[in-house]
Unconditional design. Sequence first.
Lengths: 109, 112
Amino acid sequence: RKEVEQDPGPFNVPEGATVAFNCTYSNSASQSFFWYRQDCRKEPKLLMSVYSSGNEDGRFTAQLNRASQYISLLIRDSKLSDSATYLCAVFYNTDKLIFGTGTRLQVFP
Amino acid sequence: IAGITQAPTSQILAAGRRMTLRCTQDMRHNAMYWYRQDLGLGLRLIHYSNTAGTTGKGEVPDGYSVSRANTDDFPLTLASAVPSQTSVYFCASSREGNSPLHFGNGTRLTVT
């Protein structure tokens, strides 16, 4: 089993839709979790950190479920500019950030 | 502008040649990382360094070496390149362990 797993998609959604991605991790001792966004042929960029209490940044909401060992990302009111690959990342032992393979999102008009 | 600088941007390399990918950051971050990204496999950690003078192995360290002589620089060396090392290589840094990573622009390496 991979340490961090994501559905690769692609998710094709119309503008204005709500879309959710899940990411599962195998190490129950992990302490830090993140969502990154990556555009084609570009470097990953931090979208948001994921906290136990859940956190929201505009149209984006991240949740952590420690009992089931998954993190989620919810995007509301999707924009064309949200089209990208979304990567979840989990820290192991505070020194290794392990990424999922990414979920591709395509928002169409 | 503060950030991470990688060089070269791209390189075509003959198999068997030695190559060093350079990475420099000016954010005074303690931790630095090297990843490779391949289609369908995502980002995989090669080596990391929690602080100057220390390094550690990631998920796919074989065929690569690193050094961390100072806080700012974290070069990645391929001693004898092979075609399976064709990839996009990203360097990243973070303030400390468990902190978010900031990435460089990447180096696209082709080994022929």
